[in-house]
Design a protein around this ligand. Sequence first.
Ligand SMILES: [Zn+2]
Length: 474
Amino acid sequence: MGKYYITTTLPYVNAEPHIGFAMEIVRADVMARLHRALGDEVFFNTGTDEHGQKVYQKAKELGIDTQKYCDDNAAKFSILKDSLNLSYDNFIRTTDEHHIKAAQEFWKRCDANGDIYKKSYKIKYCVGCELEKTDSELVDGKCPIHPTMELEIREEENYFFRFSKYQEKLLGFYKANPDFVQPGFRQNEMKVFVENGLQDFSISRLKAKMPWGVPVPGDETQVMFVWFDALVNYVSCLGWPENTEKFNAFWPGVQICGKDNLRQQTAMWQAMLMSAGLPTSKQVIVEGFITSDGQKMSKSLGNVIDPLEYVAKYGTDAVRYFLTAELSVFEDSDMTRDRFEEAFQASLANGIGNLCARVAAMSEKENLKVPTEELTIRKEVVDLLNSYKFDEAMAVIWDLIKSADALINQRQVWKLEGEEKVTALTELVKIVRQVGTDLAPFMPATAEKIMAQYGVEEIKRSENLFQRLPANVN
Ligand SMILES: [Zn+2]
């Protein structure tokens, strides 16, 4: 028994909850549920990032008070909790008073360590990323992630964080912790980035130009740069700095993020932690992106997948299945409605749904009795999940489902009689129980239904877990 802390990134409150974030939070939820099942005490954090220029501009455009705008939009993200059946323990909003105080305390500690200074500068800035862009990062003079947005030229006097001071420390840290970033090729990418030299980055804005941020301690003319305050949420959500008991129990934790967050999570934030005298994160999981028919999803292409629409049409666990079993964890992978429906028919309706219905029907007819037993998630599944191989862990579970289908067909169980039939059916019931147990972190409601039906001595028929989708009328 131990303590386990996992956190997602915090999406900007002005965004719509998108499928990439749904994937991130469902995978974090799988890890949280796994660790609870293993007996660990778990703290699972998510929330919304509510400061910065993007949020401020959007509220201004709409003519709404910025805090009111944040309040209304944060509610949209909390809808995900029910629709994706998420088990998070905490939903932090970076406009929470406690978080603001924690961000200021964090700043003071970095400052006391000599890592914050003021200077005038001129940069190119992408409001979409809320990040400075160097020329080498640009494609055709635009941010590659936001090719439709114009870069802003920013010229002002701001506070800077002495990132350059942490080059050797970060390299030493990566060397001592070769598994820190998952997958390993992302850690190599960061190692090369850090080896090439680090530039100090701006951590504040002139309040006169952009007032929507955490006030810089001791300087009324500046507010914190959104990334600086947002990153601190990973410790402020644990009650840091006052609640040392909770903080010490759960920190360092595991962070999951998309590949566009690599630098912020695995280098900037780690240097900030070192500067504030806090332990570095335990591990950062960096996911690939979801593409649609090989293309980046965008409003202009009209290929954006709305997770809530999929949940409404196919059900929560079908979406959780697809996001964990059918998409690569670390590489970009493709999601289309056709691919989704194909997987639904093959793996859910004809796969697990059909197996459970068939075995229950034969068992009921046979008046079969199989004594119940305590089961745990198989070690193979646990080990794969501990390396964040969600898709491979699901494949191991589906292998078991396929082995049951093969057993039914090879032995023609429906034709067997007497002792032979009882033996075969008993074996099948045990397999289904194991599937129900292994599936609990991934598809909790389905696992519960399976165990309600199969976790008793006498197995009865019940409704199908997944109804076949109507055939495509084309
Ligand atoms: Zn951008």
